[in-house]
Design a protein around this ligand. Sequence first.
Ligand SMILES: C[S@@+](CC[C@H](N)C(=O)[O-])C[C@H]1O[C@@H](n2cnc3c(N)ncnc32)[C@H](O)[C@@H]1O
Length: 270
Amino acid sequence: MSEKVNELNGVPRTLLLPLRGRADEQAHPHPLFQDPLAVEWLKLLGWDRELDALYPQGSKAFSIVAAIRTYHHDQIASCHIANHSHPVVVELGAGLSSRFHRIGKNAYRWLELDLPVVTELRCKLDTQTQQHQFISSSVLDFDWMDTLPNVAPENILFIAEGLLMYLEVNEVQQLISVMRSRFPGATLDLEVLGLSTKIYNKIFAQIGAPLKWFVKNQEDLTSMGLQVVNAWSMYQLHLERWPWYWKLLLRFLTQFSYFRNAYLIIETKL
Ligand SMILES: C[S@@+](CC[C@H](N)C(=O)[O-])C[C@H]1O[C@@H](n2cnc3c(N)ncnc32)[C@H](O)[C@@H]1O
């Protein structure tokens, strides 16, 4: 199975970063969530040493961010499932997300969309059922939208966790525009990177996954026609998870919008 990791190039390779973050969280004395599958899948696949620059041994920053963002999207999805009659969750750029197994049992349908190389890998690790299905497609080949279950759009939650920053701004604009015309009233839960995050681009470019889309603030989303319902700065969530010196630094830096907007989770309506 570990040879499969070598087939991942470019952006698909980055799926190992959050997978490892979720697996590492299981070693925390008080994990934010239980994810035995992440531990199992990472063990089967092995780690790609070339990603060490982004996930250095000994540095806790990436695993803390991965755990917090996973937990936060879990909460948004759980709330959506609890409040809709036919809740459908569509993870866009799903990677090896194991969210369905953590919190998805009461969803009407749960769909994992990713590029063919990733869906092939998932098929080796995970099992499709009528409730839990995999879509092998680029998010930019809009035919995938025809495969969604026929429910009122308010029932649909799209999660774009760690995806849109790898797309060009015009690709994001076109995707959102088509989704708005096809699923008006659906929820899109997305992550965006701010301008201060551009400093990491060199490292991401070195592993073949350059970051392409950065926003100045939430208005960049409203100007695309999205209605912002909630917005959270990653660096203001679960501060108790950070070592004390990080906590102090983050408290100070996030007073300034340039840093507060460095990494946002935003819940929007299409
Ligand atoms: C950083 S990973 C995030 C994976 C997952 N959402 C998570 O948080 O564990 C980025 C994912 O986006 C996928 N991706 C990149 N471009 C894509 C595209 N055009 N269409 C669908 N998926 C894409 C990659 O294959 C990869 O699995």
